[in-house]
Design a protein around this ligand. Sequence first.
Ligand code: URP
Ligand code: ZN
Ligand code: ZN
Length: 461
Amino acid sequence: MEFELVIANGTIGTAADVFQADIAIRSGKIAQIGTGLARYAQRTIDAMGKFVLPGGIDSHVHISQPSGDGIVMADDFESGTRSALYGGNTTIMPFCLQQRGQTMREALKSYHDLAEGQCYTDVSFHLIVSDPTPAVLGQELPALIRDGYTSLKVFMTYEGLRLNDAEILNVMDTARRGGALVMVHCENEDAIRYLIGQHEAAGEIAPKAHATTRPIVVEREATHRAVSLAEVADVPVVIVHVSNGAAIDEIRAARARGRKVFAETCPQYLMLTAEDLGAMDWEGAKFVCSPPPRDKASQEQCWNGIEQNIFDLFSSDHCPFRYNDALGKLNPKGRENFRHVPNGIPGVETRLPILFSEGVLKERISLQRFVALTSTNHATLYGLNQKGSIAVGKDADIAIWDPTSRRTIRHSDLHDGSDYSPYEGLEVSGWPTTVVVGGIVMISEGRLGGPKGAGKYIARA
Ligand code: URP
Ligand code: ZN
Ligand code: ZN
């Protein structure tokens, strides 16, 4: 009996337990968990004093997504998955965006072509439905769900992407029939447009207006509508990137009515506020994302949601654009009016260290809860059945954490394609220093060793 790799003496964390043991890996899978396994190993990593956790699964990531007129996303699959890997992730779930007039299959082919041979982590795609024609609803989506594309995102905002209530109900109905999960971006587009009109009339066109044209009520109303539409269609629903306590109250109330409502929050809603958007000299554009970061009270409400099991998922919503770039945040129109600053911020590499440092080490959450929020729940909810835990038979996707490592986040140390981090200067303790994907040691003591292309596409249950 021989193992290709044994991770010895580490403190293993799962969503349920923390215990000391060795993990033996054969053919990319966890073959045994026990003690004294190193003697059967071709290669051993000594993880004494380290946490050995399931690799992070980031189920909310945007890569190479078409973003409108002359705007280019800062990450392709190579840089996006490399950055994810350095941040302790072993699987990411980017979105495949259907553009209006496009079939879902056409859209998917372009993402698969872009990802092929480029990935450092495993990937699996959600589908963004922006044009729910009868053919898409009746034929394409049912077939794609059967093929393992089992989650569909719909937008209530953004020109060209938003669906009306009837269209959302139709997508939900298709999801119910096929057994897929619907994710909803909850912001009321008509209310936002009204507020933008008012701001523009008053000459308020700098990035700080992004927050005041997308206030909490706009998210709260849309969250209420999303959970209500899901109740009408009788489907479970995921409310993504929740930013504040009023939206949390809608989720809590829907659950109290017996609805299956899942919820996600992101680092920006714990660490940033609307004041960042008011930064001088249009630097606020670096923080333009939707929903926008709120205030200190909302941060606390989101922390409470994390502690009190309101949130099932902690994701990055990594949606990177370069700041000082005519193809990014400061594109010619974006320099003139916040409305043209592309929405989204980078964060796939910093998601896990931020929650580990601010959550686990500051004793707001347990290590088990950290694992659930960043890996296990993503696997369970989205049907990544081989992933998200350290258990015999699962994929050997593992991150080894040094809890004593201290870092100041600097974009120059990160690996994404953007030119800034919204968390520049934040001090964190703990970092994943060795990362194993499918039994391959991709990062060893902070150095990239594994090959590009080792990451695979994963179809889901
Ligand atoms: O501003 C954001 N969040 N951009 C990414 C797209 C989305 O809505 O998830
Ligand atoms: Zn969204
Ligand atoms: Zn997103």
